[in-house]
Design a binder for this molecule. Structure first.
Ligand SMILES: [Zn+2]
Length: 322
């Protein structure tokens, strides 16, 4: 066992599972139900992660088969990956939001990199040879997206009954289009998924037809007034003080918007070029892709504010200007 499960409250455990990335772990939560247990998020589908989860469950004394519900805060691979195997082994019911179901279906539908992703990278001015390297670095991730049919779609403001008290559902799109946080008012605990993280800011990536950054800002304001004493994040340790974190995170993105406008003031740039303006350190292809999509989310936000515009180039890329 890599780490010991953390008993946050009676009937509530934080289980930390390994990730083979720079971000080296993800949290899943075990919540007691009146009849069995709920598992919130599942970890990545690796043998290492599975061995760790089963070891920690055994340590707590909860047999895998007593998991009756699996709830996904969102369907990124480190949260959904292990769901298919666990559903098969437990017979649990699966809960998620409609937007996450749709996103997962799109991701699981193609065995290759979806065409819109390639097109987006091309429009962002990423050189073809780098697009290919990025694709290769994501090949390993494809099997993490398995089509899953939820037993129940969860909607905003719904309440889930558990033995530790009701969990109120807050849809918080931004980091992912149908991301949800859950609040236990009785114990003032907010399960924040990847919407609020302790020591890092969540990645906000561009998605077709959406203004992910504006959605994220609205979702931050949505949870700011919640009087939570304990935040249980998708990565990192339990913490408190989410209102300060929200203020700092909003400032971080406003600052990034200012830096983008400053760069464009000096002359038109592609999103790919803006990445090197904003990140001083060289990025591996896997991270470069996230950085491009993060820049695109900021450009989309600024575009909708009429602060910037784009000009299509002969090679199919977009040049952005103030
Ligand atoms: Zn995530």
């Amino acid at each position: 066992m890599l780490s010991s499960p953390l008993e946050v409250r009676p009937g509530l455990w934080q289980i930390t599972l390994p990730l083979p990335f720079e971000l080296s772990s993800v949290n899943v939560y075990l919540v007691r139900l009146h009849d069995g247990w709920m598992l919130m998020d599942t970890g990545l589908a690796t043998s290492h992660s599975y061995a760790e989860l089963t070891a920690q469950l055994a340590h707590i004394g909860v047999p895998l088969q007593s998991i009756r519900q699996i709830l996904l805060t969102h369907t990124h691979p480190d949260h959904v990956g292990q769901a298919k195997r666990l559903l098969a082994e437990t017979g649990a019911q699966l809960f998620m939001s409609a937007d996450e179901r749709d996103q997962l279906h799109r991701a699981a539908a193609s065995s290759d990199q979806p065409e819109w992703l390639d097109n987006t990278l091309h429009r962002a001015g990423v050189p073809p040879v780098l697009i290919e390297t990025i694709e290769n670095s994501f090949v390993k991730m494809r099997p993490q997206f398995q089509p899953l049919v939820p037993d129940r779609i969860l909607n905003d403001s719904e309440v889930m009954e558990t033995a530790i008290g009701p969990l109120e559902l807050h849809l918080t799109p931004g980091h992912s289009p149908g991301h949800m946080c859950l609040y236990n008012r009785d114990q003032r605990i907010l399960f924040s998924g990847d919407h609020i993280l302790q020591s890092i800011t969540p990645n906000i990536g561009w998605l077709p037809g959406r203004d992910a950054l504006a959605e994220f800002f609205a979702s931050l304001e949505r949870v700011r007034p919640i009087e939570a004493e304990t935040i249980l994040p998708g990565h990192g340790k339990p913490f408190s003080g989410h209102a300060d974190w929200i203020t700092a995170t909003r400032g971080h993105h406003d600052d990034r918007c200012r830096k983008i406008v400053d760069s464009l003031d000096a002359g038109p740039r592609t999103a790919h070029q803006l990445v090197s303006d904003l990140w001083a350190r060289p990025l591996a292809p896997f991270h470069h892709r996230f950085a491009v999509f993060e820049v695109l989310a900021h450009l989309e936000f600024l575009l909708r504010l009429d602060a910037i515009s784009s000009v299509p180039q002969a090679d199919g890329s977009l040049l952005w200007k103030v």
